[in-house]
Design a binder for this molecule. Structure first.
Ligand code: SF4
Length: 474
């Protein structure tokens, strides 16, 4: 039987692992960004990259385009979005997004190579076919999309039709991600996101028939109101029958003080810790039996999928969208609230439409916060990402790249890992640290040992209102 959290973890160990932590789509995490990194610093960063590009020394680009609009609110939502039924609101947004794309092309040099493109939201499929074409054309004018670029888009099944999918394929999208969450009608009602399973099945069939999508992903969430292990098992069965190439299974994090829509969720309807663990454990078993490999941190992929191959070959990477096969790129975050990473900096755009529009109208980048990584951040980022992506901290590799002797420099951290080694989550020897099969389920808890910021007082996030809390590790 495949090792899963509820078969390999004792109740005592589960209690100790019942903690919260970052998802490490970046290190340092976004809650550590600050306003001292603003528009000026972002311009300087882009200028430095342009200089590298002149000497053909700049890495390729990845683009993230944020489309914030949704027609109705899902109660579990923790995204930056604007709820509206007025589709004409997209017009002004696309004007500004087009300008922001042009400003980047001017700052970086036109026709920079793009190897990865992702439309996220919000709901990218809130846009009409003509509007999607418009954004695509603006992007294609400014950048050179390489022929084998990964071009993905999040699809809300409630706003998509087979014709819509054909249009996405014609534009050049080759990856789709369907937001499913749960097929159970009761759960769908409890979270205010009703979408019949048949609708998703029909869309998946249409996407396959089009034949242009290399990879189809399905997003699921466990820990939602009215979910039970039995009900969720039926959803899992249906998802395995649909056979998407990838599955993302997120644990719902109930943080109503940070995310207003979650205040509409009845806490009494949320499954307890044992229920959550049973759902996760069953899902891992069923996906394993259905031909999926566990990639780490909520992600599963069919054994033939490039993500599973990359995991086996130790070539996984991680960015703001999660795991990827693409090596380090500079990532431009475009649109309201979008986060980018260029060189050794992170930058985030204004979170409200008004502030975003005002900056772009003025000809300024909309950066409001960010971070320039120092030497310690870069060292720890390499360690955190090595653990998250390859399940390994290689002492010799760190010495070669940073000139740092890990056992001497990280004595306290290695001591803390000793307890995890006793619990069978990691193996530590003279050459390095390896995450075990059981440890992969809590890999972020292993990475957290090296996160310097977790030993500082919690940040208060970008609105300064509440100390930032993270989602649960399991
Ligand atoms: S979960 Fe997605 S579709 Fe639902 S409100 Fe949030 S961003 Fe919009």
């Amino acid at each position: 039987m495949k090792a899963t959290p509820h078969t390999v973890f004792t109740p005592e160990l589960l209690r100790r692992l019942d903690t919260s932590g970052p998802r490490y789509t970046s290190y340092p995490t976004a809650d550590r960004f600050h306003e001292r990194f603003g528009e000026l610093q972002y311009r300087q960063t882009l200028a430095a990259r342009a200089e590298l590009a002149r000497h053909r020394a700049a890495p390729p680009l990845a683009l993230y385009l944020h489309i914030p609009f949704c027609e109705s609110v899902c109660y579990y939502c923790a995204c930056n979005k604007v709820i509206t039924k007025h589709h004409d609101r997209a017009t002004e947004y696309l004007d500004m997004l087009g300008r922001e794309i042009e400003m980047h092309a001017q700052a970086l040099g036109t026709r920079q190579r793009v190897t990865q493109l992702h439309f996220g939201g919000g709901t990218p499929t809130f846009l009409s076919d003509a509007e999607l074409s418009r954004v695509w054309a603006a992007m294609a004018r400014a950048f050179e999309l390489v022929p084998d670029a990964e071009c993905s888009i999040e699809v809300d099944p409630r706003t998509a039709t087979p014709e819509r999918l054909a249009h996405l394929a014609a534009l050049g999208f080759n990856r789709l991600s369907f937001g499913v969450q749960d097929f159970d009608p009761e759960v769908q009602q409890a979270v205010h996101r009703v979408q019949p399973a048949e609708q998703v099945q029909a869309l998946m069939a249409a996407a396959r028939a089009i034949g242009k999508f290399d990879s189809i992903n399905v997003d699921l969430i466990y820990g939602l109101p009215r979910q039970t292990p039995e009900r969720f098992a039926r959803t899992i069965e249906r998802v395995v029958a649909l056979a998407p190439d990838r599955i993302a299974l997120y644990g719902y994090a109930h943080l109503p003080e940070r995310f207003k829509p979650q205040r509409r969720i009845d806490v009494a309807e949320l499954p307890d810790g044992a229920g959550r663990l049973a759902m996760l454990g069953h899902a891992i078993e069923a996906f394993g039996a259905g031909g999926y490999d566990y990639i780490g941190m909520d992600h599963f992929a069919k054994r033939h999928d490039p993500l599973a191959v990359a995991k086996r070959e130790g070539k996984l990477h991680r960015n703001f969208q999660g795991y990827t096969t693409q090596p380090e790129c500079d990532l431009l975050g475009l649109g309201v609230s979008a986060i980018g990473r260029v060189g050794a900096t992170h930058a985030q755009n204004a979170k409200t439409l008004d502030a975003y529009y005002a900056a772009i109208r003025d000809g300024r980048f909309a950066t409001v916060r960010g971070l320039a990584l120092d030497a310690d951040d870069l060292l720890r980022r390499a360690i955190v990402m090595g653990l998250m992506c390859r399940g390994r901290l290689d002492f010799a590799a760190i010495r070669a790249e940073f000139g740092v002797d890990v056992p001497a420099h990280f004595g306290a951290e290695l001591q803390r890992l000793g307890a995890m080694a006793e619990d069978g989550l990691v193996r530590v020897d003279a050459d390095g640290v390896d995450v075990t099969e059981a440890g992969w389920y809590v890999v972020r808890a292993v990475a957290m040992v090296f996160d310097r910021y977790l030993r500082q007082p919690p940040s208060r996030g970008d609105d300064g209102a509440q100390p930032v809390r993270f989602s649960r590790v399991l």
